[in-house]
Design a protein around this ligand. Structure first.
Ligand code: ZLM
Ligand code: CA
Ligand code: ZN
Length: 393
């Protein structure tokens, strides 16, 4: 219907595990795994599956998770929680130690399986990039950037991104990690803080004490010890509420454009957290689907392999629209369907009483007041360009 054909000269793969959907963080928890199914339906509804290699992904093995996470953490995750969760009664302190069981990172049925599926998708994507079977690999079930080697954090238990990047490092000299989730990509930044083979760059809302996780200030550029090759290889772009497509696009292109020039990455790992969209339940920005997708479009112009991960995104209909649109960018059909997807509100037209379902305007809500001055954004660009004098390929 929309005449979707394979892109010319390169291959895109879509990595999906349908068994992630039934997992529940709890009914009112903001993280909703069904957004992945919603995204997949939208992608298929537009026939985009015909333009890609589609894989139902396997689960990551214990050994694969162990490439980043410690055994004592994994062992605890593994045995927990069978059924009604009377876990390791002898070790209640471990839950505290691993930051498990609170409201952000609850212990739920099938937790370990869910984590292995997310990591399995990202790892499959990385392997397709490594063996050159894909030029762009999409893993919307991954992107869980806060998890630490022996600690859960911010809805993330297993850091699939770190595990995937470790795989990429086996075949490529330099990996550029870009994070457009509204939160700081602290777990990935920390994991690679002592290597100059991975440069991390996160754009996020920054307000320590008030907004999670509170790290990622402009001067946070990685441990600055003399002997640390990873010094200066963490770039942070701290932002205020309400940033617009136009401002974000300008910032993204000047920061990432310069990084590309100086660092000369061999591959890009792009975390596409959709909580930076307008109307997100937890987010604070004013990005539209087009502005969010423009980041992926810009990265694609470098002509190097790329993995696209999911991440945050707490207004499921928006998440599906954004990730379906970004899939269309990957396969180069965004011009054909960009009039349709951003305005698509799944389900609404299927119901007789349309007014019971929110329109796009209702979903997006009132735009947030923009607290980002042009002057401050210019200062940020200046600062990052100065930091990049220390970075050489
Ligand atoms: N309280 N339920 C982003 C991760 C953000 C830490 C303050 C919990 C929530 C949030 C959980 C149902 C990514 C914090 C928040 C209330 C301590 C955060 C359960 C609502 C609910 O209704 C909720 C009972 C819950 C959690 C809101 N948590 C909002 N923000 C952050 C973590 C993850 O998008 O970057 C990547 C996937 N946590 O602010 C508190 C300090 C826990
Ligand atoms: Ca971010
Ligand atoms: Zn987030």
């Amino acid at each position: 219907e929309y005449n979707i054909t394979r892109p010319k000269g390169y291959t895109v793969s879509y990595h999906f595990n349908p068994d992630m959907e039934p997992h529940h963080f709890g009914l009112t928890h903001p993280m909703k795994p069904f957004r992945l199914t919603l995204t997949k339906s939208l992608v298929t509804a537009y026939g985009m599956n015909f333009a890609m290699d589609n894989y139902n992904t396997r689960i990551a093995t214990y050994e694969e998770l162990n490439s980043f996470h410690t055994s004592d953490y994994l062992d605890y995750l593994h045995m927990t929680p069978p059924e009604e969760m009377p876990r390791d009664i002898d070790n209640p302190d471990k839950e505290v130690k691993f930051n498990l069981g609170g409201s952000d990172c609850p212990l739920f049925h099938g937790l370990y399986d869910y984590c292995s599926m997310s990591a399995g998708s990202s790892l499959d994507a990385a392997r397709k990039i490594c063996n050159k079977q894909s030029d762009i690999a999409i893993a919307w079930g991954g992107g869980l950037h806060h998890a630490k080697k022996s600690e859960a954090s911010g809805f993330c238990y297993i850091n699939d991104i770190v595990i995937a990047i470790l795989q990429l490092l086996r075949c490529y000299p330099r990996v550029l990690y870009i994070d457009i989730d509204v939160h700081h990509g602290d777990g990935v930044e920390e994991a690679f803080h002592s290597t100059d083979r991975v440069l991390t760059c996160s754009f996020h809302k920054y307000a320590p004490e008030v907004f999670f996780p509170g790290t990622g200030g402009l001067d946070d550029t990685g441990p600055k010890s003399e002997h640390n090759p990873g010094a200066h290889h963490a770039i942070n772009v701290p932002l205020n509420d309400g940033i617009t497509d136009e401002q974000y696009g300008h910032l993204f292109q000047s920061v990432i454009g310069k990084i590309n020039e100086k660092f000369r990455p061999s591959v890009i790992a792009l975390q596409c957290g959709a909580d930076s969209l307008a109307g997100d339940r937890l987010g604070r920005f004013n990005l539209q689907v087009q502005g969010h997708g423009a980041c992926a479009k810009f990265c694609k112009t470098f002509g190097i392999p790329m993995i696209m991960f999911g991440g945050g995104g707490y207004t499921p209909r928006n998440v599906a629209r954004a990730w379906a649109y970004e899939t269309s960018v990957a396969i180069d059909v965004d011009e054909k369907i960009n009039k349709i997807i951003p305005e698509h509100t799944p389900w609404r037209k299927h119901f007789v009483q349309e007014e019971l379902f929110p329109s796009l305007e209702q979903i997006l809500g009132e735009p947030r007041a923009n607290r980002n001055s042009q002057k401050r954004l210019q200062e940020i660009i200046q600062h990052v360009h100065e930091q990049l004098r220390f970075v050489n390929a």
